[in-house]
Design a protein around this ligand. Structure first.
Ligand code: C2E
Ligand code: MG
Ligand code: MG
Length: 834
């Protein structure tokens, strides 16, 4: 018999002793108060029966019964009431309260044992039902709340929506597949299975149905309603319930999309890694942190890079990687790694290796340390790439940034770099720059073409290159300009003799081409060597000076104090001219007027306006000093207009003094004349001042025609049409040609002083001056002789019918007041002229 836990309440005396004896094989607890009884029931959960003697203490007994049956947690506890026979009221009341049974005293052993058995059976039955219910609840909970999808299918048709297709899906199944239960039932699983996975699934399923297998698992994809795919791990197994022989299977699915994506990414990254490694222009490695760089892994590119197979280097089998590194870099590589590993930083370095064939290659290594938990270097990992091509390219690039590609000489950039070099600045040796100015070579280009001149330059450079040494470097600082940088020479004589060597080297070559060239020399010293701009400028000035004097065979020129002063003076003049041109201090530009004598009636027929600059710093400056600067800087254009304006004003003064018929000559520079709007501007000026242009003669020099004869002649024609007279100044000094003179739109020829001076030196019969006068007359031009200083010259000119003369013999250029006074004394104006 099964041992039953029994609580006895209120049983005393003979009944108590009897009960103890009868129930000796059971576990019996005694209680005499309600609280004691409840305490025992609470602490003994599987207590099945409570025997309550209500006759002994009816009130207490009933209280206990009410408590037990009023409490839902004691539903399985059976209560048996002991009464004396005839206590029907007690019995019925106890039964109404909930007591399970009653028994009359005296207690019979067999009856009590039988009753205990009955009640125990009932308790057991109830317990079983309860656990079945609990199990069902648990299973339901699992089904509905499981984090995996579950379907239980009663159908054998994967696509069927037949009536027998009874399928249960839990919410997770719906969630994973994205399909609602109804749709799942309607479609069947095959329709929502990814086509690529369907064949395998169906194959397994058929085997399952055929009973060949009891279950299968696979990773497959479902197509979700939105067309996306969900990866699942699926387990399908037959379901056989004890009493149910119909077909059933269960399908469990777990969403593994995330894992699959990771796998895909991993596969992709492994694939990329392998693609990378196999296409690396070098090798990937893992090595130990030791002096040998003992290799633990080397990618296949090792052979291509080093000429050694990976196996030869792995574990230093044939040789270590240290021996592959070119000896001069080994220490640097080691120290470099040591430095970065201490700071746990990545390493990058460029060095050379020596391949199996003994050739050198430039490599770029980058890598980093692998550290263990203790922070020690476990290994080093990285890549080593072949950068030989890049290095070659870099070298070429460096070469071309520092050299002129045509001549192969150091270029201007490296020249300036050298000048900036600090060691150069602090060197106590003597330094000088010798510039060879071959700028006239451009005329060769014009004559024979660019190719010819370039070849000529190359030839010259090759010859000059032969003069180079460690202390004498040659640079190509500009097109057709070359500079020798010389150091360690003793004195100027050394430089002079070097210039003579240059002269001998090039002279024959240049003589055959009949072009000039010049050498400029600048010695470097504390004051000038820091300003490269000035150095270059001075060098150019000196070489240009030498070039300008080439015909005098002075082909080299030191940049000296005199030249420096000249430059300073030029700069000061430029500044002052700029101010005047800008309308400030215009009174500093002064005109003096030189009288012109008409030999026909010995009257003063005109004045030539000659400009002077009253400089604050330099005093009175002659036109020969500032006009070329004004022309070079183009300031002659505004200054020219100012001069014309001043000449006009003086003419107005002369007119007011009764000298209206006087002709005012104004010098016009080529730059002025060629300015687009010159004719119009002059027209406006004439109109504004209400003057008659026929009282003005514009003097231009022959050199104007060298630029473009036709164009110049057209402009002169326009000026003549306006009424101006045109005089050709300094005739005989330039490209004089009587042949072209016939076509020129000029009225007058001014014979240069050179031909007038000759009249003093040579026998008058041998002079050609008279011939010039008569030829000019034949061409219909009036003739003015310039620079007449002696009577003898005047007589000659008068004899040869020269029309007008101008010179110190008549008068020097005069200030306005003096000019007026001069004419008043010399020539009384006739009343008809007024
Ligand atoms: P130019 O036009 O041939 O002027 C004649 C120059 O000869 C003047 O020199 C004049 O003073 C000088 N001269 C005249 N007679 C004698 C003489 O008997 N003996 C000597 N030794 N010299 C004499 P200046 O004034 O120094 O002018 C020099 C040149 O400057 C002028 O030569 C002219 O080409 C230029 N020039 C002067 N003023 C102007 C100007 O306003 N505009 C332009 N574009 N050039 C000017
Ligand atoms: Mg003149
Ligand atoms: Mg002249």
């Amino acid at each position: 018999m099964l041992t039953v836990k029994i609580l006895m309440f209120g049983v005393v005396g003979a009944e108590h002793a009897a009960m103890k004896e009868f129930l000796c094989e059971h576990l019996v607890y005694d209680a005499h108060s309600v609280s004691q009884a409840l305490k025992i029931i609470d602490s003994t959960p599987d207590i099945s029966l409570c025997i309550v003697d209500i006759d002994a203490s009816y009130r207490k007994g009933m209280k206990l019964l009410q408590t037990i049956h009023g409490n839902a947690s004691f539903t399985t506890l059976r209560t048996l009431v002991l009464t004396n026979p005839g206590q029907i009221e007690h019995e019925s009341e106890a039964l109404i309260t909930g007591a399970s049974d009653y028994l009359h005293k005296p207690i019979n052993k067999e009856i009590i044992r039988a009753r205990i058995h009955v009640h125990q059976t009932i308790v057991n039955q109830r317990n079983q039902n309860r656990s079945a219910q609990e199990q069902e609840l648990l299973l339901n909970t699992i089904f509905w709340q499981a984090p995996i999808g579950i379907s239980i299918c009663h159908s054998s048709a994967p696509n069927s929506n037949a009536d027998d297709n009874i399928v249960s899906f839990n919410p997770m199944f719906e969630k994973i597949t994205g399909w609602a239960k109804d749709e799942l039932m309607k479609n069947g699983w095959a329709k929502i299975t990814h086509p690529e996975d369907l064949a395998e699934d169906l194959h397994n399923f058929q085997k399952l149905q055929a009973g060949e297998i009891s279950g299968y698992s696979m990773e497959k994809r479902y197509l979700k309603p939105d067309g996306t795919v969900v990866w699942v791990h699926m387990i399908v197994s037959q379901l056989s319930l004890k009493d149910d022989h119909t077909y059933k299977h269960m399908c469990l699915i777990q969403d593994i999309t995330g894992r699959k994506e990771m796998e895909k990414a991993l596969i992709e990254s492994e694939r990329s890694m392998s693609v990378l490694l196999s296409n690396l222009p070098g090798m990937a490695y893992r090595c130990m942190y030791d002096r040998m760089w003992t290799m633990q892994f080397l990618s296949a590119g090792c052979y291509e890079l080093t000429g050694f197979a990976p196996e030869e280097l792995l574990g230093n089998r044939k040789l270590s990687y240290e021996h592959v590194i070119a000896p001069e870099y080994r220490e640097d590589v080691w120290e470099g790694w040591k430095r970065v590993l201490n700071k746990r930083e990545p390493f990058t370095y460029e060095y050379e290796i020596i391949t199996a064939r003994g050739t050198r290659k430039w490599v770029w290594e980058t890598g980093q340390g692998v550290f263990n938990e203790a922070g020690e270097v476990e290994a080093i990992e990285g890549i080593i790439l072949d950068i030989s091509d890049r290095k070659k390219f870099e070298d070429e690039l460096t070469y071309y940034t520092d050299h002129d590609p045509w001549t192969g000489l150091y270029n201007r950039r490296s020249f300036l770099k050298m000048l900036d070099n600090s060691s150069f600045l602090h060197n106590s040796q003597k330094h000088a720059l010798i510039s060879i100015n071959l700028s006239t070579i451009h005329t060769l280009s014009m004559r024979f073409g660019f190719h010819y001149s370039q070849k000529f330059v190359k030839k010259a450079v090759n010859a000059l290159n032969a003069l180079c040494s460690n202390d004498c470097l040659l640079f190509n600082i500009h097109e057709y300009r070359f500079v020798f940088y010389i150091k360690g020479y003793r004195d100027k004589n050394d430089l002079t003799s070097f210039c003579q060597t240059i002269f001998h080297t090039l002279s024959a070559m240049f003589a055959t081409e009949r072009i000039g060239w010049g050498i400029g020399i600048v010695e470097l010293h504390e004051q000038n060597r820091n300003d490269t701009e000035i150095l270059l400028k001075n060098l150019l000035v000196a070489s240009e000076h030498a070039l300008a004097n080439f015909e005098n065979e002075m082909n080299f020129c030191f940049f000296d104090k005199e030249m420096e002063q000249k430059i300073a003076r030029e700069e000061a003049l430029t500044k002052e001219l700029f101010h005047i041109a800008a309308g400030r201090l215009t009174e500093n530009l002064i005109l003096h007027y030189q009288p012109i004598l008409d030999l026909d009636g010995d009257t003063i027929c005109g004045f030539e306006a000659l400009a002077r600059l009253k400089s604050d710093s330099l005093g009175m400056v002659a036109p020969m000093d500032f006009i070329p600067i004004a022309e070079k800087t183009k300031l002659i254009i505004p200054l020219g207009y100012l001069i014309i304006q001043k000449a006009f004003q003086f003419y107005q003064r002369l007119k007011a003094n009764g000298y209206e018929s006087i002709c005012m000559s104004i010098n016009i520079s080529a730059i002025q004349l060629m300015k687009n709007d010159f004719v119009e501007s002059l027209q406006t000026m004439v109109q504004d001042s209400c003057l008659d242009p026929s009282h003005f003669s514009l003097e231009i020099t022959e050199s104007v025609f060298t630029s473009n004869f036709q164009e110049v002649n057209t402009i002169l024609g326009q000026l003549k049409e306006m009424g101006f007279q045109i005089a050709l100044d300094d005739f005989g000094t330039g490209y004089s040609s009587f042949a072209r003179e016939r076509e020129m739109n000029i009225d007058c020829l001014k014979i240069d002083k050179f031909f007038i001076d000759k009249l003093v030196d040579i026998n008058p019969h041998q002079a050609i001056t008279g011939d010039i006068v008569s030829m000019a007359h034949k061409l219909g031009h009036c003739v003015v002789a310039e620079g007449v200083e002696h009577k003898q010259q005047l007589d000659y000119l008068r004899h040869f019918n020269c029309d007008k003369v101008q010179g110190y013999f008549i008068s020097r250029p005069l200030e306005e007041d003096h000019a007026i006074a001069f004419i008043q004394i010399h020539d009384k104006p006739s009343t008809t002229d007024r």
